[in-house]
Design a binder for this molecule. Structure first.
Ligand SMILES: CC(C)(COP(=O)(O)OP(=O)(O)OC[C@H]1O[C@@H](n2cnc3c(N)ncnc32)[C@H](O)[C@@H]1OP(=O)(O)O)[C@@H](O)C(=O)NCCC(=O)NCCS
Length: 285
């Protein structure tokens, strides 16, 4: 096979990635990939592509970030927007780009590469395996006292107070001021919140997180109120999070379904995935 040239793609050229990945994941116009995953069109991510003449035919994105752990911040590389144009599949393009991405992770001595995908065998050949635990439950199974839950109206929208709460988070991927722009650029995420007691949830994100609450913060009773409000609009709505957090919210263990969190590849031999490692919905890509 001829040596493939890998190019770094500038954020201003991310339109070609949007077109390629939207097609690969069968987005139906007017919906498109970057409205669900705006991170891949920003300077917070690195984009690697292979072109055939001037057409982008394969892409892999990498987001270098840090995860909050009990030992402090640990570096981590999130990979995503992995796609090859259908006429160029099976030629090793994605494998080549993923190998390059892994080399860059190794060059930075970043201990983990993480991604999401159902092609476990394909990613397994590159050293990725299923890791971590994520819990899901139907809001209808929430065992709470609903008296008074409809008293204060739930507001809709993303506020600066919510973003500030993300900046203070003690678990998961760390957000900084530099993430503000893409954080606020998710047209397909519905934010619901209460000012008093301060509480919020993020609901849905395009194709991936339909009917799913994937971010929660603030006062527990406030979150219950918001969840109840969402349940009244959509009885099949679910909540996704860490098992302990779902139990604290009032879900009985028998209502909680656990599954793997992600596909992870350790950079260093012997590196073990720790149960506390957590990546919530908005960071998953
Ligand atoms: C998955 C995908 C990125 C692979 O790209 P590619 O450039 O064809 O990959 P490569 O040529 O390096 O490797 C192809 C291998 O992946 C496997 N593969 C491709 N699609 C697969 C799928 N849906 N399920 C399982 N394996 C798959 C092929 O069997 C092939 O294995 P082989 O080499 O043993 O025949 C491409 O098929 C694609 O864009 N799919 C749609 C988008 C997607 O699913 N992205 C990944 C999820 S994040």
């Amino acid at each position: 096979m001829a040596l493939l040239e890998i190019k770094e793609i500038a954020a201003r050229d991310a339109g070609a990635i949007d077109e390629l990945v939207s097609r690969a994941f069968q987005y139906q116009s007017p919906h498109h990939f970057l409205e669900d995953f705006p991170i891949w069109g920003t300077d917070r991510a690195l984009r690697l592509g292979i072109y055939e003449q001037s057409q982008l035919v394969s892409h892999v994105g990498i987001r270098f970030c840090e995860m909050q752990t009990s030992r402090g911040l640990e570096r981590i590389a999130l990979m995503g927007a992995v796609a090859t144009h259908e006429q160029h599949r099976g030629k090793g393009l994605s494998t080549t780009l993923l190998r390059e991405a892994i080399q860059r992770v190794e060059a930075r001595s970043c201990p983990w590469s993480i991604l999401w995908g159902s092609e476990h065998e394909f990613y397994g050949r590159l050293g990725f395996k299923l890791e971590g635990t994520q819990a899901r439950a139907l809001i209808s199974d929430l065992a709470i006292n609903t008296a008074g839950l409809q008293s204060s109206p739930v507001k809709v929208g993303l506020t600066d107070s919510i973003f500030q709460d993300f900046l203070r988070r003690k678990t998961g991927i760390q957000f900084t001021e530099a993430d503000r722009s893409w954080f606020f650029s998710h047209p397909t995420v519905e934010w619901h919140y209460l000012d008093e007691p301060f509480s919020y949830v993020a609901y849905q994100r395009g194709m991936d997180l339909k009917h799913m609450v994937h971010e929660m913060g603030g006062d527990l009773r406030g979150i219950q109120k918001i969840l109840y409000h969402i349940y009244l609009q959509c009885p099949i709505a679910q909540v996704m999070g860490q098992t302990d957090d779902l139990i604290k919210l009032g879900f009985p263990m028998k209502a909680i379904f656990e599954e793997n969190l992600c596909l992870a590849r350790p950079t260093f031999a012997g590196e073990k995935w720790k149960p506390e490692y957590w990546i919530s919905g908005l960071s998953a890509c």
